[in-house]
Design a protein around this ligand. Structure first.
Ligand code: COA
Length: 187
């Protein structure tokens, strides 16, 4: 089936849309930011200009675009470990955010399928990691639907937004026998 979304690099003109969905308190709840201004979004988008996807030690921020309308409905970040970090060259970390109006329609699942295809296909990575707050049920469900599993048996205790909480690491590894296996699991 044709995907309803596509990914592309964030551009400066995306800043108003990004600020709009990232400043929603429900969307920000388990994210690293509290408030999110237009200036924050402009900085994020401008930083992508000239960023070569896959550069060690950087995040590539991509827009999630609704194919039907061209609207930017969310964003996703792909972090490439630095040269002195574990997983350098072979693994990435991701984060995904969708505007609240677009939740509950399977659009995040399709976006994640695009990310997996990019990571295991064009970028030829072997594993994708994501860190999720233990209370962020929709994010955990999204990852599990795509075939991710928890890495390790115990959640990590973290001080987050003024309170103690827990977070889990999730991982999806590319099947070495059939690199498309993990991708098809996400569809
Ligand atoms: C994490 C996040 C992207 C998940 O979004 P989501 O809307 O739950 O995920 P999907 O778009 O895949 O939609 C799945 C839901 O749509 C339903 N759905 C409807 N039509 C569907 C379709 N065609 N295909 C698949 N699912 C569909 C599913 O049943 C599911 O509903 P349920 O949650 O009641 O079981 C979203 O909650 C979000 O942006 N949160 C804020 C940012 C955040 O915390 N990100 C995590 C950081 S890693």
């Amino acid at each position: 089936m044709q995907s309803r979304v596509r990914l592309r690099r964030l551009e400066l003109g995306d800043a108003p849309a990004v600020a709009s969905f990232r400043s929603d308190p429900e969307v920000a709840r388990y994210q690293s930011w509290e408030a999110y201004s237009l200036a924050d979004a402009e900085l994020l988008c401008a930083a992508q200009e000239g960023n070569e996807i896959g550069t060690p030690g950087t995040w590539s921020q991509m827009a999630i675009v609704l194919v039907e309308s061209g609207e930017v409905i969310g964003d996703c970040g792909l972090r490439f470990p630095g040269l002195d970090e574990p997983g350098r060259g072979t693994e990435i970390e991701i984060g995904i955010t969708l505007g609240r109006a677009f939740h509950g329609r399977g659009l995040a699942t399709e976006s994640l399928a695009c990310i997996i295809e990019l990571a295991f296909g064009r970028l030829k990575k072997r594993a994708i990691h994501a860190t999720v707050d233990a209370a962020n049920v929709p994010a955990a469900a999204l990852l599990m639907r795509a075939g991710f599993s928890r890495a390790g048996d115990e959640a990590r205790r973290v001080w987050f937004k003024g309170a103690w909480g827990e977070e889990w690491d999730y991982v999806l590894r590319r099947s070495e026998e059939d690199p498309t296996n993990a991708v098809s699991a996400a569809r």
